[in-house]
Design a protein around this ligand. Structure first.
Ligand code: G3P
Ligand code: MG
Length: 359
């Protein structure tokens, strides 16, 4: 039966469930909310605007710092989203800080990839365009593109002024990070091949390949265009195919993002934190401190069977996958290879199902 408003007051203070929302194809298409997503999210807050049930966004997209993405989502969706509720494909790049904090690294992708990495604490980071601007003629078709080249005027970020950019073209790049979908694939493939085949210094002959990290590996994703668009996984295939043809060793790389189960496990830990900070009850805090709180069910609401549903499957209990028909997946029947626990038309239906089941 439909929930009466009075039953909503008897919600246990410590929620037994949490929700992870995919963004592209579930909450937004391009820059636009879809499927009544603002209304669906509003149901997770009380009348005063306080969070009633723990949720976060778990997207393979990115390109902007979590704080900026949170305020952008708050404006688009009309609810208050905290930076801690935004987990992007590149968010786990933070975990590599101990390895590359003071090393020269290159970051690429739409948005502000170098700023993203600087916010995580990396001290010597340049965007691929900034880096390329130090090498004359590195992109032989650049002058046909009609864009301005970006010199690294504000580099090094967060570093003492005494660290000069003078040494840049004699320093080796120690790692390359594909933070978000690359804008100019041709230029990116050229410059990444230069960095990776040379051992970190374009123009040099064959050194050891620096580590390469991708924020995600989505072959396709749902944006504003009616059919799916090529994602970071497609770019990875293009780069890898070309690299393997021009170099004697195969490309080595690591992909983060869903469907890696550690991404969902990390989301679970963050949901616990969100639960803890939005719940004022002393007894609950005590329990949480003892680490005894665990969710009975965690819902992953996504539009991509190979990414969102596969991720939930691989993470196992307590994850419950819900597939919407607003993005990559559009079929009537459940996906054959990665069937979700539930298929619905929209995120609004998904939230309705969860609240009926849980509250
Ligand atoms: O570029 C974004 C895309 O690969 C996926 O985003 O929110 O569907 O995980 P999302
Ligand atoms: Mg999606």
């Amino acid at each position: 039966p439909p929930q009466s408003s009075s039953s909503l007051h008897s919600i246990p203070k410590q929620s037994s469930f949490g929700i992870a929302f995919d963004i592209d194809g579930v909450i937004l298409r391009g820059q636009r909310p879809i499927a009544n997503s603002p209304k669906a999210l509003k149901r997770l807050y009380d009348d005063s605007g306080a969070l009633k049930f723990p949720f976060l966004f778990l997207t393979n997209g990115g390109g902007f710092p979590e704080s900026k993405r949170a305020s952008e989502l708050s404006n688009l969706l009309n609810v208050k989203i905290l930076p801690s509720q935004v987990v992007q494909g590149h968010s786990p790049f933070r975990t590599l800080l101990n390895r590359f904090e003071n090393e020269l690294i290159v970051a690429t992708g739409k948005g502000v990839p170098a700023e993203v990495m600087s916010e995580y604490g990396f001290k010597r980071v340049l965007s691929l365009d900034e880096y390329a601007s130090y090498f004359d003629h590195i992109d032989p078709v650049a002058h046909y593109k009609g864009w301005t080249s970006t010199k690294a005027s504000n580099w090094p970020r967060n570093s003492p002024k005494s660290v000069s950019s003078r040494n840049l073209i004699s320093d080796k790049v120690k790692a390359a990070f594909v933070v978000s979908d690359p804008v100019d694939w041709g230029r990116n493939i050229q410059v990444l091949c230069d960095i990776l085949t040379s051992g970190g210094l374009p123009g040099e002959k064959h050194g050891c390949q620096p580590p390469l990290y991708f924020a995600a590996d989505d072959l396709q994703y749902q944006a504003a265009f009616p059919s799916e668009r090529l994602g970071m996984g497609a770019f990875r295939i293009a780069l890898e195919s070309i690299f393997n043809r021009i170099h004697d060793k195969s490309l080595e790389y690591t992909c983060f993002g869903k469907p890696n189960p550690f991404v969902l496990r990390n989301a679970e830990a963050i949901l616990k934190e969100i639960q803890k900070s939005s719940c004022q009850c002393d007894a609950i805090e005590e329990n949480a401190e003892q680490g005894s709180h665990s969710f009975k069910t965690l819902y992953m609401i996504g539009d991509n069977p190979l990414v969102d549903v596969k991720g939930a499957h691989q993470a196992g209990s307590p994850w419950f996958s819900i597939l919407t028909r607003t993005g990559v997946f559009k079929q009537k029947e459940n996906h054959a290879e990665y069937p979700a626990h539930l298929v619905v038309d929209t995120v609004e239906e998904a939230v309705e199902f969860i609240l009926k089941r849980e509250v």
